[in-house]
Design a protein around this ligand. Structure first.
Ligand SMILES: *Cc1c(COP(=O)(O)O)cnc(C)c1O
Length: 862
């Protein structure tokens, strides 16, 4: 018989153990091994069995055991220490508060929206890198004391769990989660204590309702909206059923709930806690972009602003991060679908969901070349005054990709910057490393994940023995998982004797684990199976390879790739040296990052926006062997791993794969394996350990999420908060001013003209550095000279007259003449060779983030 419904009933804790409650529900335990020890001590066997989940532990342990622990003075003393430590972690001023104490002007709060959050495997609310990154962002924000509020959805069954069929095909399961059994509490009305119920109007006079769960991630609350409640009709109940499941209609409802419901959840939360409203809103990818239209609605109905002023205020306070390097990866909806959800009950232009807004203006925010399409990334760029990609290379790819939104500008002037992703050290570094770091750096710095570079002070012998310990742990975990997988595939224990000989703790271990979209090229390693086999089976210097990854359930191509790897790994001669482990998730990933000597990544450049798994490996002294894509493009230095040469320009895909696979094999054979197996008199692989040491020292500080979050605070959140305050002050005077300016500039722009440009002062044969006096007459279509920037642009001239390596020289206003307004500049020839210049006019306003912001530019005709 199957249960119709399930509940989780929490145990009643003896009074003396009450502190276990908050210690189990604050997810800080997930990156705090001492707190984990406290729970493990309750019942080590059960702890293992439950996969290290404190809430389930307290649910399943016997009351007798708890009573016994309550009388154990040693245990309660340790409990008190852990509880005091958590309190201290939550209260003590940290980096953010110290900055504020020094007078640095920082936002009162930041709301961070993402469709997935991977905080811990006990809350499987993520599918891959994007979610894990969001989880790491919250944890690092907590460590640094950044007043962040996370906002997303709680999925009834999260992402699927993967297993294999006997013939190596991916099978998917969707275990359903019971929120009561998770480390969550409901957001309640402060007065009545009743759960807060959010409403979002749906077409046909329906209402989508959601309750709000709070996961406490250290100091940071994560608000997760849940539509699976009796008050909704069955279709709307299912809105939060699965992550990335369902069709476009299902997905837009999820995004409406996350964006619009999400803002309402933030308001309910700050009201209930008596907190200030967040000054900054951060969209982690475009999915939650509708948050901007809800905030426009608030300003129209609450503050009486017009649409354009509200848009200006919202833009000032919004940061948009794009994670997608290819147009095909961008989230798009049919414009009619957006219209369906946002227009009035009978198709009127006035929105029923967002009273005060007209649907045409909403559609306009997501406009792209094809008017039948609504583009969530374009909406993100139109709603966010500040935007960024997630590595330097990805920033530059994004500027190219979105150049069309800034016609007339070179790609490198497109106002999209970059903040390179990072990873949360206390989550991803093995305990062994954290303990060593605490010894050489000190506890405080480790909490904020600083001082990592000092790990190089550890002796080579200790570095190497730590690597060996971690590799041995991985080998045990690999055997455990291979056995479990074979049992699931229908084998019996009697046939699985060979599994205890799978992997060898002394053999060079290479890891490859990630989602399985085509561009990540899971099977590149199988390009030449004989060459791979020879490496695996080399009698003197063998390699062993652990592979894992999930394919999107709808992607049969991806599943076929997995099957190809599984079939190879099933072959009897190599099965002790190569494994495919099903169900890649955080709990498995950890062992891989800890134990692998080499982390392999071979995407099609430049399709990996950043990639973070290699960073996690590096934190543990793993060496990266990777195509120079994403983060590796900017951080590879020749000593911290190996760069697989990319055949970037080769358009024939088969040839490109052949070339890159060949280069990868060669690196392994010629460089990686010899270094690993070349042992000195002391038994250590000296050159290898030197690379490990260099990796920890050089990459350690750069790959940290605490570095990333500080970059966001300093480079994006603080400027956005300043812009937002100016927009809001004096009854939104700044927002109105920007909106009025923007309106006037857009109306005037067709009449803005560079009429004539003259130069003087140059000799017939100028040399580099020669003085150049420029005069330009421009017509401003009614704008004042102070409302524009006129610039001379000097640079190298290419065959098509295009300028490159440009130098921009501001021109100053020198009075009004018949020919137009005169602007002048004195400069010098910056380059030798074929050099040219032009003059251009841009809108300029002190409340804009830059002169390119409005995507308007006038250059001389012809
Ligand atoms: C880090 C991580 C990812 C993302 O890794 P990429 O390098 O971005 O592919 C995916 N899944 C899990 C479980 C992770 O820990």
């Amino acid at each position: 018989m199957k249960a119709l419904r399930r509940f989780t009933v929490r145990a009643h804790l003896p009074a003396r153990l009450a502190a276990l409650g908050p210690l189990s529900t604050n997810l800080r335990w997930s990156w705090h091994p001492e707190t984990q020890d406290l729970f493990a001590r309750i019942d080590p066997g059960l702890w293992q069995e439950l996969g290290g989940d404190p809430v389930r532990m307290l649910g399943e342990v016997s009351p007798d055991r708890l009573d016994a622990l309550a009388l154990d003075p040693d245990y309660v003393a340790e409990l008190d220490r852990r509880a005091a430590d958590l309190d201290e972690y939550l209260d003590r001023p940290r980096w953010y508060q110290n900055q504020q104490a020094k007078g640095v002007d920082l936002p009162t709060g930041i709301a961070y929206f993402s469709m997935e959050f991977g905080v811990s495997e006990v809350l499987p609310n993520y599918s891959g890198g994007l979610g894990i990154l969001a989880g790491d962002h919250l944890k690092a924000a907590s460590d640094l004391g950044v007043p962040l509020i996370g906002v997303g959805l709680l999925y009834r069954s999260g992402y699927f769990r993967q297993s294999l069929t006997a013939d190596g095909w991916q099978a998917e399961h969707y275990p359903s989660l019971d929120p009561q059994g998770l480390p969550l509490r409901l957001l309640a009305e402060p007065a009545s204590g009743a759960p807060v119920l959010l409403h979002v109007a749906m077409p046909g006079n329906r209402v989508l309702r959601a309750r709000v769960w709070i996961a406490q991630v250290g100091r940071v609350p994560l608000l997760l909206l849940d539509s699976d409640i009796a008050e909704n009709d069955p279709e709307l109940r299912a809105v939060t059923d699965r992550l990335y499941g369902g069709d476009q209609d299902h997905r837009i409802k999820q995004e409406i709930l996350a964006g619009i419901g999400g803002v309402r959840a933030v308001r309910a939360y700050t009201r209930s806690m008596g907190l200030a409203d967040p000054e900054v809103f951060h969209m982690n990818e475009g999915h939650a972009g509708f948050l901007g239209v809800e905030r426009i609605r608030e300003l129209i109905t609450g503050a009486g602003l017009d649409f354009d002023s509200a848009l200006a205020a919202v833009r000032a306070a919004t940061v948009f991060t794009t994670h997608t390097p290819v147009p095909a990866g961008i989230d798009r909806f049919p414009a009619d679908l957006v219209r369906h959800y946002f227009s009035g009950a009978n198709g009127e232009n006035e929105s029923a969901m967002l009273p005060g807004l007209v649907v045409d203006r909403i559609i306009e925010l997501g406009r792209e070349g094809d008017p039948s399409v609504f583009n969530m990334a374009h909406m993100g760029l139109r709603l966010g005054q500040r935007a960024n990609g997630v590595s330097r290379l990805h920033g530059s790819v994004s500027r190219e990709m979105f150049n069309g939104l800034w016609p007339g500008f070179d790609a490198d002037e497109v106002p999209i910057g970059s903040v390179t992703n990072g990873v949360h050290a206390p989550t991803w570094a093995a305990r062994e490393w954290m303990d060593l770091a605490r010894r050489v750096v000190g506890p405080d710095l480790v909490e904020e994940a600083r001082g990592w570079e000092r790990l190089h002070e550890i002796s080579p012998g200790e570095l190497w023995s730590t690597r060996n310990t971690l590799r041995a742990q991985l080998v045990a975990e690999v055997r455990r998982r291979v056995r479990a997988s074979w049992l699931e595939r229908g084998a019996t224990d009697a046939e699985l004797g060979w599994v205890s000989g799978v992997f060898d703790p002394g053999v060079l271990t290479v890891g490859f684990a990630r989602r399985v979209p085509t561009y990540k090229r899971l099977t590149l390693m199988l390009r030449d199976p004989d060459r791979l086999r020879a490496m695996l089976l080399d009698p003197v210097r063998p390699v062993q390879l652990v592979v894992a990854g999930k394919s999107h359930p709808a992607d049969d191509g991806g599943k076929a790739l997995i099957q190809q790897v599984v079939r190879f790994a099933d072959e009897h001669d190599v099965r002790h040296r190569i494994v495919f482990l099903p169900d890649y998730d955080m709990s498995m990933a950890r062992y891989l990052y800890w134990g692998c000597d080499v982390w392999l990544n071979n995407p099609l450049r430049p399709l990996e926006a950043c990639g973070t798994s290699g960073m996690k490996s590096a934190l543990n002294g793993g060496l990266n062997l990777s195509i120079r894509d994403g983060w590796w493009d900017e951080m590879f230095d020749g000593e911290n791993g190996w760069a697989i040469p990319t055949a970037d320009g080769v358009t024939d895909e088969v040839r490109r794969d052949d070339l890159e696979a060949g280069a990868m094999y060669e690196l392994l054979e010629q460089q990686v394996l010899p270094k690993f197996y070349d042992r000195g008199a002391d038994g250590l692989p000296g050159r290898w350990v030197e690379m490990v040491r260099h990796t920890l020292q050089d990459l350690g500080p750069k790959v940290l999420a605490s570095r990333m979050v500080r970059d966001y605070v300093v480079g994006l959140y603080a400027p956005a908060a300043r812009a937002a305050r100016t927009a809001v002050a004096d009854g939104y005077a700044g927002a109105r001013q920007v909106a009025a300016y923007r309106g006037r500039v857009e109306a005037a722009w067709p009449r803005v003209q560079v009429v004539q440009v003259d130069s003087s002062g140059l000799p017939d044969t100028p040399e580099i550095g020669a003085a150049l006096a420029l005069r330009a007459h421009v017509r401003l279509g009614g704008l004042a000279p102070s409302e524009v920037a006129v610039q001379a642009v000097l640079g190298r001239v290419g065959p098509g007259e295009e300028l490159s390596d440009v130098v921009i020289v501001p021109m100053t206003y020198a009075g009004s003449e018949d020919l137009g307004e005169l602007f002048v500049a004195d400069t010098r020839m910056p380059l030798s060779g074929a050099v040219g210049y032009t003059v251009r006019v841009l809108p300029h306003h002190e409340l804009l983030a830059g002169d390119a912001e409005l995507a308007l530019v006038a250059t001389p005709a012809g």
